[in-house]
Each structure stands twice: as C-alpha cells, then as structure tokens.
Design a protein around this ligand. Structure first.
Ligand SMILES: Cc1ncc(COP(=O)(O)O)c(C=O)c1O
Length: 396
C-alpha cells in the first residue's frame, strides 16, 4: 500500500480516518455484537454482500483502526489482530496448512513457536523440516516443490541470527510457487524491517512487545495480501482459535503506537551503548548483536535492517555466573518479554526456551550461559551501571 507520509507521521495518524464523533483518540467500542436494521441486512452482512460489523470476533471498529494502521506500517494489504502473538502465529499457520503438508522452519525460534511446529504439528500430520536457514545448501536441500510454508524470525530469538529474507523468499517461490513465506517481525518492528517488501507473503507479530511497548497488553497480528488475510480471519481467527483482540487492548496498542518511532530510536541508540559496554566487560565471553561486524549475519543485517534493534544476548563464563548476574540486577527487571520502556533481562535456557532440549538449544546457537537483554528507555548510563554492578556481584 503506497502512502505519502513518513513513518513518524504514520504511527501517529495512520490512515487519517476521522471518527464521526470528532473524537481525537479512537473510541473504545466495548460491544460484543452489532445491531442490524433489518433481517435482510443481517443476511447480506453474513453473505458478504454488504460491509458492516456483525460480531466482535469477526471485526470491531476500534480494532479495525488498529489493523489498518499496522497494515500500513508493514506495507501489507490487510492485518488481522489477535489476543496474543501465539494466537496470530497458530491461527495463521493452522489456516494455511493441512494434514500431509510440509513446512520448512528455522531452528532458532521463540520457544512456543518452536514447540508448535516441532511437537504439535506432527500430531496433526504436518511434516516439519527444521534447520538453519542461513545455511544455503541445507535450505535448498530441504525445500520441495510441495513445501507449503517457510517460517522464520527477522531477528531470531534469542541468538539474534538474521536471515536473508529476500534470498529465502525468492528461492522458496522458485521451487514451490504456492509456498507461503511467513516472517515473525517481532524483534525488528516494521520500523526497522518490512519483510513483505522483501518478498515474504505474511508477517506475524507479538504486539505484546515493541508495537504496544508498555508492558500492559498481550496481542498479536498477522499481515498479508487480502486473499491470505481473509482465510486467516475467517478460518484461523473465526473458527480455529477464536483468539480475538479485545477493543480495550486495541485502544492501548493504538496509544502505544503513537510513540513507536520515538521509542525505537531511543532504544536502538541505548542498545549501541550497552553493546559497547558488554564487549568490554571481562565477565562476558561473547556478545550476540547483529550490529557487530563480527556477527555472522552482519552483512544481511546491514542490508535488511534500518537500525540493529534493541535486543542483545550475551554469554557469561558459566551458568552459575549468568544466574548470579540475573539475581543481582537492581534497575533492570528480571522478567521475560521484551520491547518495553523498562530494560528486561532473562535466561532463555530456563525460561523462554525451557521447552527446548539441550540439543535443540545447541542447534539454535546458544547455551545455558546466555542472558537475553531487552534494552529499555532509561538513561543508558544507568542501565550500564546496573549491569556492571550485577556482573561484579556475580564474581564475588
Ligand atoms: C519472537 C516472538 N514471537 C512470538 C511471541 C509470542 O507472543 P505472545 O507472548 O504475545 O503470545 C514471542 C513471545 O515472547 C516472541 O518473542
């Protein structure tokens, strides 16, 4: 969708739709159902012959404003909102796949997505091939003419791997023209990367993170061309998961989005300072950040990302040291999730990725010495001072 405004304007104004009431902020339509003028009108709406709301699981005016803004930001035709990122991911995948289908997925994914693909899907007869999609030969060997979906994350959780979206999508579509390439753009946000403009077919999000940005909502999105979004809404949302976003949450995300550009700029700038500190810290063995020249996918990251993001992982000398550091933070918050104003710190092997086996964790490129850090909007000097004292306490 072409749009004449820049991104800072878009996150504030979206489609510039004026509410009929004249309200500046989008009203919360706290209603489950919508009144028809006549039985005939109800029938026409159900038959898709007339636009208009029916029931809030299928659409709601507050949520619609949000969906249109996200579609605009991602450069997609249509967005479907969900009550969680996992709701968006499962509804998208389950409405596009059926028993007997083949999915190729990267081996570094958010833990619950990884379980869905590797454990749940085989129970429904869907066959996953899980591998490192930055390994070109392995990816080419895994792709088949009947592969239905390729799935990966823009910046992978928690190893910060960056996959070449353009190259993967082009090859997938060449080998399997009907294959749908799905990218989880949570870590990047549409301000750093727009996978649909690079050849992906669908973008999914945990809007719980940067898009809302204030740690008070669980939500998700699926963005794609109309035909796919129609299936995701009318099958994945309506029939399979029912994981609909409530209008209150939609309102909160609309409010959070207004500052997305400002938040991302502060967070990305803070992250560069934190990374510089981590590289010098004697207690840290290795820093995982796509902005570093030594990062294995730095060239892809430079090509694909406007800024390198607000997520950084690092390995301490031992599991014990990692645990002690986590137990000694005072300003940074020991909690899972990411993309909030507060700096959040957590231990993937025992928390977000605890469902993965030791072998799966190794294949995903990290270990139990790894700490994942979501840099917040505090003063960078305060974040760094807190990490420094936590690292020193871990040594004591
Ligand atoms: C990359 C990524 N995708 C999806 C999800 C799932 O999102 P939610 O917790 O909103 O269901 C998460 C959660 O941490 C995530 O990190």
């Amino acid at each position: 969708m072409s749009h004449k405004y820049g991104e800072a304007t878009t996150v504030v104004h979206g489609n510039h739709v004026k509410n009929p009431s004249g309200a500046l902020s989008t009203p919360i339509f706290q209603t489950s159902t919508f009144v028809f003028d006549s039985a005939e009108q109800g029938g026409r709406r159900f038959a898709g012959q007339e636009d208009g709301f029916i029931y809030s699981r299928l659409g709601n005016p507050t949520t619609k404003v949000l969906e249109e803004k996200i579609a605009l930001l991602e450069g997609g035709e249509e967005c479907v909102a969900f009550s969680s990122g996992m709701g968006a991911i499962s509804a998208t995948l389950l409405s596009l796949l059926r028993s007997g289908d083949h999915i190729v997925a990267d081996n570094t994914l958010y833990g619950c997505t990884f379980s869905l693909i590797t454990e749940t899907f085989p129970k429904f007869g869907i066959e996953p091939s899980v591998l490192d999609l930055t390994d070109e030969a392995a990816f080419k060997a895994a792709m088949r003419p009947d592969t239905k979906v390729v799935y990966f994350e823009t910046i992978a959780n928690p190893s910060m791997k960056v996959i070449d979206i353009e190259a993967v999508a082009a090859y997938a579509h060449k080998v399997a023209p009907d294959c749908i390439v799905i990218v989880d753009n949570t870590f990047a946000s549409p301000l750093l990367c727009k996978p649909l403009t690079l050849g992906a077919d669908v973008v999914v999000h945990s809007a719980t993170k940067y898009l809302n940005g204030h740690g008070d909502v669980i939500a998700g999105f699926s963005v794609s061309r109309k035909e796919i979004a129609g299936t995701v809404r009318m099958v994945g949302l309506k029939d399979i998961t029912g994981a609909v976003l409530g209008p209150q949450e939609a309102y909160l995300i609309l409010r959070g989005l207004k500052t997305l550009k400002a938040r991302m700029d502060v967070i990305c700038a803070n992250t560069l300072k934190v990374v510089e500190f981590l590289q010098r810290a004697p207690q840290v063995d290795k820093v995982f950040f796509p902005g570093l020249p030594e990062h294995p996918n730095h060239e892809t990251a430079k090509k694909e990302l406007k800024q390198f993001g607000g997520m950084v992982s690092f390995e301490m000398h031992s599991f014990e040291a990692a645990k002690k550091a986590l137990n000694n933070v005072k300003l940074c918050v020991l909690a899972v999730s990411l993309g909030d104003c507060e700096s959040l710190i957590q231990h993937p092997a025992s928390m977000t990725h605890s469902m993965c086996t030791k072998e799966e964790i190794e294949a995903a490129g990290f270990s139990d010495r790894l700490i994942r850090f979501s840099v917040g909007m505090e003063d960078a000097e305060d974040i760094i001072a807190d990490l420094k004292q936590a690292f020193e306490a871990a040594e004591a």
